[in-house]
Write a protein that binds this ligand. Structure first.
Ligand SMILES: Nc1ncnc2c1ncn2[C@@H]1O[C@H](COP(=O)(O)OP(=O)(O)OP(=O)(O)O)[C@@H](O)[C@H]1O
Ligand SMILES: [Mg+2]
Length: 167
C-alpha cells in the first residue's frame, strides 16, 4: 500500500530581497496510512513551511511530496488544514467560514446539509451560539477552534494541524 505521505529529498529556500533564505534541506519523511505524526522542532526550523508544502500551497525547489502515491502539484481537496494563525475570513460569519471547504469540495451538497455539518462541529468545540459572529468578535482560542472545524468539515483523508492547541 502507498504511504499516506512521502517527503522525498525536499529542499526549499524562500526568495527574499536579500537572496534565497534556505529553510529545508534534503528532507525525507515517510508517514504510513492510518497514522498520526508529530513534527517537533525549535521556532523557525521550518515546521509551518513543511505543512504548506504537504498541502500543496507551495512547492519545493527540489524534491517531491507524494500523498497516497500521487505527486502533489496543486492544493489538495482531500487535505484539511488548520494554520498556525487561524486565517478566518472577516467578511464571512463563523458558520460561513467553516462551510467554505464544503463549497469547494462538495458544491452540489444542499446548503442545509452543509450548515448542519458545520453547526455540529461548532457545537462540539463549544461555539454554539457564535455561528453568526464575525471572526473579530471571537477570542483567539475561539477563532482557533473555528479554524479546526473548518479543517474537519469536509472529512478530509489527511488533517494537517499547525500548533492547533497554541491558544
Ligand atoms: N514567506 C516567507 N518569506 C521568507 N522567509 C520565510 C517566510 N516564511 C517563513 N520564513 C522563514 O523560514 C523559516 C521557517 O519558518 P516556519 O514558519 O516554517 O518555522 P516554524 O518551524 O513553523 O516556526 P514556529 O515554531 O515559530 O512556528 C524562518 O526562519 C522564517 O523566517
Ligand atoms: Mg510554525
Amino acid at each position: 500500500m502507498d504511504n499516506l505521505i512521502d517527503i522525498k529529498g525536499v529542499t526549499h529556500a524562500y526568495k527574499t530581497k536579500a537572496g534565497p533564505f534556505p529553510v529545508l534541506k534534503d528532507l525525507n519523511i515517510s508517514i504510513p496510512q492510518h497514522s498520526f505524526c508529530a513534527v517537533v522542532g525549535p521556532s523557525g526550523c521550518g515546521k509551518s513551511t513543511l505543512t504548506r508544502l504537504i498541502a500543496g500551497l507551495m512547492f519545493p525547489d527540489q524534491g517531491e511530496v507524494w500523498l497516497h502515491g500521487e505527486l502533489v502539484k496543486s492544493p489538495r481537496k482531500t487535505v484539511g488544514m488548520a494554520f498556525q494563525n487561524p486565517v478566518l475570513l472577516e467578511w464571512r460569519t463563523i458558520l460561513q467560514n467553516v462551510i467554505l471547504p464544503l463549497e469547494i469540495v462538495a458544491p452540489m451538497m444542499p446548503k442545509a446539509q452543509k450548515e448542519a455539518r458545520a453547526r455540529e462541529l461548532l457545537a462540539m468545540v463549544g461555539l454554539e451560539g457564535f455561528e453568526n459572529k464575525r471572526p473579530s468578535e471571537l477570542s483567539g482560542g475561539m477563532r482557533q477552534r473555528a479554524s479546526l472545524c473548518r479543517a474537519l468539515v469536509h472529512k478530509p483523508d489527511i488533517i494537517i494541524l499547525d500548533e492547533p492547541f497554541g491558544a
